[in-house]
Design a protein around this ligand. Structure first.
Ligand code: PLP
Length: 412
């Protein structure tokens, strides 16, 4: 048990960073419980974005004028910041992408095109988001590799014995999420990686849901690739990163061709830039990358340990209250969970529930959450998902539970 309590969290100070929360939706104070889809953006992040467009807007790396130097410096400062945030060995191991989806596509396409061949096996889990399934399906189609799925139990936990059984000399890559977006399961990622390494497999970790909740240390994890998205971490949309160890990135062919990723171009051939630029063709989301640095500052200022302890408190509080509502069925009850509650309510379709909650100013997600194979396994079409962030409160959970109670009574 962590000794940290809510006293470590100054909720008023945190909420002051999110003016978006201070509004009414449908005549009711907004309660934002759709954080697993995207979290709200911290004010210091928005300020940095505005400052960039008002004062420093220039393209990076190519200009010698003052604005270009300023924007390049700020852009590269975010790379340094990510390097410290995930404890990579070097900043050059950080590649900016549009987000987790693009990062995984980069690996599946570029690394996959060189290193996957007919009969090789790609291991993914039953818990994956579509963005850690479809890129591998495309890679498998192109290369003749085969996808194998690591099964889970009814609680939504990876079956480690089954995983061990599936691993073999044929396993070329293990691509799994750290935290499930649909169920909140926190996977035993270190053990998963260690076992993959023992079988000579490359590892690709989807940390989209982990990054806002769990401290990431890629050297300790010893993974080959890791992806995350800024917009789930209180940062801007359109930015994410791919971490790759230097040796593996150097061995991986470029993803897209264009400016920035080359050393020399002639009609007889092209030589490619060094990492990370080899993978950063074209003009990126410069302002958003620059502002992303402030999202990591926001998280680190509070501290992952404090965030996790507080969110766990919210999770336990909400589960205690929800269990008392007749007809409440949690979907995904892993022992180790992030602050995500997927559920069904007897007699009320998730879509209707989502709409009725919206009428009360409460934002939740409904549907398959981009995990259709997981829903198929659970034999359901979808769920209602409430996912908490560090700015949510127990008072909001009270209002949410009251609203649910009233809706259930109407549908009795
Ligand atoms: N992986 C997981 C576990 C996710 O939750 C998401 C988004 O919901 C993604 C990947 C895709 O992230 P993005 O849409 O930012 O590329």
């Amino acid at each position: 048990m962590s000794a940290i309590t809510t006293t470590a969290i100054d909720i008023a100070k945190i909420r002051a960073q999110f003016p978006v929360l201070d509004q009414e939706v449908n005549g009711k104070p907004l309660i934002y419980f759709d954080n697993a889809a995207t979290s709200q953006t911290a004010k210091n992040v928005v300020d940095a974005l505005v400052e960039f467009y008002e004062k420093d807007h220039a393209n990076i790396h190519r200009g010698i004028h003052t604005l270009a130097e300023r924007s390049t410096k700020a852009f590269e400062a975010t790379r340094e910041r990510v390097h410290r945030f995930i404890n990579s060995e070097e900043a050059d191991e950080i590649i900016f992408t549009k987000g987790t989806t693009e990062s995984i596509n980069l690996v599946a396409q570029s690394w996959g095109s060189k290193f996957l061949k007919k009969g090789d096996e790609i291991l993914i889990s039953q818990l994956e988001h579509h963005s850690n399934i479809v890129p591998w399906q495309l890679a498998a189609e192109r290369t003749g590799a085969i996808i194998k799925v690591i099964p889970i139990n009814a609680k939504g936990e990876i079956l480690m014995d089954e995983y061990k059984r599936l691993l073999s000399a044929k396993t070329k890559v293990v691509a799994v999420n750290y935290v499930s977006n649909s169920l909140g399961t926190i996977n035993p990622i270190k053990e998963i990686i260690d076992l993959a390494i023992a079988h000579g497999a490359t590892t690709m970790i989807d940390a989209a849901q982990a990054a806002p909740h769990v401290k990431l240390d890629v050297q300790e994890l010893n993974c080959d690739f890791l992806a995350l998205s800024s917009h789930k971490m209180y940062g801007p949309t359109g930015v994410g990163i791919l971490y790759g160890r230097r040796d593996i990135l150097e061995a991986t062919p470029p993803y897209q061709g264009g400016g920035e990723m080359i050393k020399d171009v002639s009609f007889s051939g092209t030589t490619f830039n060094d990492i990370p630029y080899k993978f950063e063709a074209g003009t990126p989301n410069i302002g958003e990358v620059i502002a992303f640095k402030y999202a990591m500052d926001f998280i680190d200022d509070i501290g992952h340990e404090n965030i996790q302890a507080y969110e766990n408190e919210l999770l336990e509080y909400a589960m205690d209250k929800l269990q008392q509502i007749p007809g409440f069925t949690p979907i995904g009850t892993a022992d180790n969970k992030a602050s995500v509650i997927s559920f069904l309510m007897q007699n009320v379709h998730p879509y209707d529930l989502g709409q009725l909650l919206d009428v009360k100013g409460i934002a939740v997600r409904t549907g398959h959450h981009c995990t259709q194979p997981l829903m198929d396994f659970l034999k359901i079409d979808g769920t209602v998902r409430a996912s908490f962030a560090v700015y949510n409160t127990k008072e909001e959970i009270d209002i949410f539970c009251d609203a649910l109670q009233k809706i259930v009574e109407r549908f009795k």
